[in-house]
Design a protein around this ligand. Structure first.
Ligand SMILES: Cc1cc2nc3c(=O)[nH]c(=O)nc-3n(C[C@H](O)[C@H](O)[C@H](O)COP(=O)(O)OP(=O)(O)OC[C@H]3O[C@@H](n4cnc5c(N)ncnc54)[C@H](O)[C@@H]3O)c2cc1C
Length: 342
């Protein structure tokens, strides 16, 4: 069987493993202690809340089929995305037909379900720092090395899925004697990202609002996104509320290194203004999550990436398709698997 190493166990890397489950021997290397990447959730005081992506959309038939296969505990957040403008007027916005899924146990469950269903070997807490292409038996193969200096391989195919800046630096240091390495590193290293500070604010009272989420409309507000986790079944106990406030990329960049209390206080103030209710300024607890590379603003020339396939090197992730969306990242993983099998 083809031996495949996948660096990064976000939904893109997991998509590769899932799609190859019957055709290849796949090993995933994940820097953090759990799979899922930016499609992740936290759990605290009987609340579950999605601190990265809010949900996965049914915008891609193949991805939707896959998610429906992994449907135990899958829940839908219903209703349109309402918007607000710089004057903080909230109005009914896009009424999309797409489903917006998460799980009762949080969107992170998508990652664990994919990992389990793929049957792949998963090394968590394993940050890959080195790549090497070298002769093994009769053919050229890939080897990966972790930060403790342990080497794994040989692999017939290597898939890189970390955010573009990390992938570019891995290529920068790779022992791979090919002019394409520099070209790839340059192209991938230029993918721009936006930062997002994501703040969970908990209240011990219930909120009655006609909307479930409010996405920022005219890009001038300090808040980019505000949503109620209580609209996701199983996430918040009755009689309580948990708001997710994602600060705009501009605000997040300016305040990235502020302390948690300062960020949460500002987020709660903006929430109170937007919802016109003073009590929102005083959450009883909060959780601040910092995403330096939250979402790519652009993609990369896929033709350049494909030229690496001949050397057994493949790429997947939201930056490959140029859109920071769970369904797009997952689809790029499924597509990379097909390229490997070609
Ligand atoms: C705040 C926020 C809100 C969002 N909202 C939405 C939304 O509402 N809807 C939506 O569809 N999308 C949303 N997104 C985007 C979505 O989360 C991403 O597009 C998608 O999860 C990207 O998946 P990925 O597998 O490409 O990358 P990632 O999830 O980043 O996976 C890459 C993995 O590689 C690992 N890694 C990195 N370096 C190494 C290394 N050296 N060795 C080993 N492993 C490594 C990382 O730990 C990570 O697990 C949001 C993202 C953020 C941050």
């Amino acid at each position: 069987m083809t031996r495949v190493a996948v660096v990064g166990a976000g939904v893109a890397g997991l998509g590769v493993a899932f799609a190859l489950r019957d055709d290849a021997d796949v090993t995933l290397f994940e820097r953090t202690e759990r799979v899922g990447g930016r499609a992740t959730s936290h759990e605290r005081n009987r609340c579950v809340y999605d601190v990265g992506a809010n949900y996965v959309k049914s915008d891609d038939e193949r991805v939707s089929e896959l998610v429906r296969e992994l449907d135990e505990g899958l829940v839908e957040t219903e209703g349109p995305v309402w918007t607000f403008d710089a004057d903080e007027a909230i109005s009914e916005g896009r009424d999309e037909d797409d489903s917006k899924w998460t799980y009762r146990t949080g969107l992170r469950t998508l990652g664990t379900r994919l990992a389990d269903a793929s049957g792949a070997t998963v090394h968590t807490d394993t940050r890959i720092t080195g790549l090497r292409r070298a002769e093994s038996s009769d053919a050229e193969s890939w080897y990966v090395e972790d930060e403790d200096g342990d080497e794994y391989g040989p692999w017939d195919a290597l898939v890189l899925t970390p955010p573009a800046p990390v992938t570019a630096s891995l290529l920068d240091l790779a022992e791979w004697d090919d002019d394409l390495r520099r070209e790839l590193r340059e192209a991938i290293g230029h993918v721009p990202y936006r930062p997002v500070l994501s703040v969970a604010l908990h209240y011990s009272f219930e909120v009655e609002r006609p909307y479930v989420r409010a996405g920022e409309h005219d890009k001038e507000h300090e808040v980019g996104w505000l949503s109620r986790e209580s609209c996701k079944p199983g996430h918040v106990p009755e009689g309580e509320e948990l708001l997710i406030v994602q600060l705009s990329p501009e605000w997040s960049a300016d305040h990235y290194d502020d302390d948690d209390f300062g960020v949460a206080t500002a987020a709660a103030g903006y929430a109170a203004d937007l919802l016109s209710e003073h009590p929102f300024a005083a959450p009883d607890w909060f959780d601040v999550v910092r995403w330096r590379d939250a979402q790519p603003n652009d993609g990369v020339d896929e033709a350049v990436l494909r030229r690496a396939n001949e050397a057994g090197l493949f790429f997947a992730g939201d930056w490959v398709v140029g859109e920071g969306r769970v369904h797009r990242a997952l689809r790029s993983g499924l597509d990379a698997a097909e390229e490997i099998l070609d």
